[in-house]
Design a binder for this molecule. Sequence first.
Ligand SMILES: Nc1nc2c(c(=O)[nH]1)N[C@H]1C(S)=C(S)[C@@H](COP(=O)(O)OP(=O)(O)OC[C@H]3O[C@@H](n4cnc5c(=O)[nH]c(N)nc54)[C@H](O)[C@@H]3O)O[C@H]1N2
Ligand SMILES: Nc1nc2c(c(=O)[nH]1)N[C@H]1C(S)=C(S)[C@@H](COP(=O)(O)OP(=O)(O)OC[C@H]3O[C@@H](n4cnc5c(=O)[nH]c(N)nc54)[C@H](O)[C@@H]3O)O[C@H]1N2
Ligand code: SF4
Ligand SMILES: [Mo]
Length: 712
Amino acid sequence: MTVVEIGPVTDRREPAAVGTATHCPYCGLQCAMTVTGDGPATATVEPRQFPTNRGGLCRKGWTAADVLRVQDRLTTPLVRVDGDLVPTSWEHALDLVASTLTKLRAEHGPDSVGVFGAGGLTNEKSYLLGKFARVALGTSNIDYNGRFCMSSAAAAGNRAFGLDRGLPFPVSDVGSARAVLILGGNVAETMPPFTAHLATAAEAGGLIVADPRRTPTVDRALAAGGVHLQLSPGTDLALALGMTHLAVAEGYADRDYLDERTEGFDAFWATAAQWWPERAERVTGVPVSRMRETVRALAESRDAGTGAYVLTARGAEQHASGTDTVSAVIALALVLGLPGNRGTGYGAITGQGNGQGGREHGQKADQLPGYRSITDPAAREHVAGVWGIDSADLPGPGRSAYELLDSLGRADGPRALMVHGSNLAVSAPRAAHVVDRLDALELLVVTDFVLSETAARADVVLPTLQWAEEEGTMTSLEGRILRRRRALRAPDGARGELDILADLAERLGQPADRFPRDAATAFEELRRASAGGPADYSGVTYERLDAGEALHWPVPAVDHPGTPRLFLDRFRTPSGRARFTVADHVGPAETVDEDFPLLATTGRVLAHYQSGAQTRRVAELVAATGPMFVEVHPDTAERAGLADGDAASVVSRRGTTRARVKTEATMRLDTVFLPFHFAGAERANLVTNDALDPTSRMPEFKVAAVRLERAS
Ligand SMILES: Nc1nc2c(c(=O)[nH]1)N[C@H]1C(S)=C(S)[C@@H](COP(=O)(O)OP(=O)(O)OC[C@H]3O[C@@H](n4cnc5c(=O)[nH]c(N)nc54)[C@H](O)[C@@H]3O)O[C@H]1N2
Ligand SMILES: Nc1nc2c(c(=O)[nH]1)N[C@H]1C(S)=C(S)[C@@H](COP(=O)(O)OP(=O)(O)OC[C@H]3O[C@@H](n4cnc5c(=O)[nH]c(N)nc54)[C@H](O)[C@@H]3O)O[C@H]1N2
Ligand code: SF4
Ligand SMILES: [Mo]
């Protein structure tokens, strides 16, 4: 079904008078909205009908215009003078950055400069940021916050299917399924309009949620006879193996599918065979009966032709064994014969607004545009050709996000860092250590539109535009390319991010036309750079998007209709078959002991977004959430001498965070939950573990051993 995007097609340069069709600045659902008004003061948003949001918006979306008019919006570049950030001219700020980078490069080589990007950036920005790093700076040291987000799902998807597109089917396909299993996703808070796509399953009693907490998403499932798999944090791998074992042992495996469409089952089974459900119950805390209900619900709905989907999100993925965990979940889906068929499937729910496109166009340490590998000689030739350079001058793979941050200011690490779209001082794991590394830099340059906690530590802050003031494209969680349109005139003083990159590139000696300043031109170049790659955008044009076409990549030609559903004929592996991975349960990197008897997990609440740099500036959202809290079972709190509302310290081997006790009788006794949206002494990331997944380099955000204390 092609659903046409409604809304006026606006001129690329001047804002429309009647309202401009665009998408929400926040998450990967990319709800459609219309922005009206002639400037930030009068701007309003309204939802539009669109397949992902079906006319809905969450509270963050409804208040998105408030961020355009925050009191402390940055409109002047800032430089640090005698310890303080003071306003300066663009000329001075850009000259200072360029001359310092030039000096560092001359003295210490190109890798002495690092770049940190983000999955919130448009495709055009992501693409040009990668090009800027590789061409204008010549550094291998570029990575981005998507490493903290989608990297485990991406690695497992590539491993199993030969291609990583979070949802390889439109999100609306899930909407007709009567059985949906979600592991580690709380969409009722993280993508509220997504729950419309779970209504069929929920009403059929087929919504199943694996989460250590009883979240609003779990409540939806339980309201109509669904299942809550209330596992211990960090045990999804064992749960997946136990359920796969059960599926095989009880005759739910799809043998024809296994023969025809997969490879590696026998080697996988050698491990999974050891995971009889009772063993999985002991490790996860999930009763065998619940596992059985889950497998049966999926298999029966599959057999009835009424749809069956398995989805993962960060709860299952943000672990030091995240890639293997997702591989085991995919194995369950493969045994049931779900991926690559109509009406059934496996997918990962992409988090950030452009979390999908942001991982395709070359801001990742090991990657070139079009989801190409930076170590592939043919890919290097192609991209170097588009960029007009010699492929021998392209750097190789660089450090992953956390390893890059950990190396800052060290003998072999970058001495300067440019940050575009991430608030690392709050959102990076083991945050106090990361802040020490940021402070060890000779030059920290942050481009942002508010003085985030990271920008506040910078040597130079460059003020940029916000979503409703700029043009570009975003790729949503279902791999569909969407237009972000300029609805409002930009505030005086702030500059577009493409202009900032072009201004710096010129000062670093690049030809003036190598870094396009307008999004449409950048996109034309991105099309050519991605042509022939796994994420092929060569057939996507602004004209097609503005005409309302629903284009899901790959779109290899201008007359190609796009690919809403991948893998229907074959997977993108060399053999065309999906691959099983042999993966055994190892458990969290850190275990409990007498000093740290509890497991802290972290995540999100409805009204705040990520590091909170944007949403902590919106009064309505601040009021809705209240202060930093630690969610804990009343008995567990009592054992620490605490009651609801008390001020507590949550202490791990890496640090302490401060939070109000929020008792919740549905919590596991061994687990506490911390939201990571708060700053300063209330950062959840003061306690998180920087243990990394060996494949994806994802940090273990979701399990840290802690104790609770009364705050002094
Ligand atoms: N309101 C809001 N919405 C957002 C965002 C936001 O910051 N705020 N951010 C966006 C982004 S970038 C992302 S990545 C998505 C994330 O979307 P989600 O993945 O839905 O969000 P999280 O809260 O990180 O984690 C989901 C759930 O995982 C559970 N969990 C914790 N540990 C485990 C575990 O070991 N196993 C399992 N199975 N579950 C576990 C948590 O209790 C939590 O309820 O949200 C997007 N949407
Ligand atoms: N403990 C814990 N930590 C986590 C997670 C967790 O579950 N638990 N989740 C992780 C995940 S999934 C993610 S995605 C990260 C996200 O965490 P961050 O990377 O910190 O993401 P944001 O808070 O969205 O930061 C975006 C910053 O960039 C600015 N910004 C927004 N748009 C633009 C733009 O177009 N250009 C520029 N230059 N700036 C812009 C905003 O004002 C803000 O300051 O956090 C990770 N950290
Ligand atoms: S669900 Fe995501 S895209 Fe939709 S309004 Fe909320 S934050 Fe925006
Ligand atoms: Mo994320």
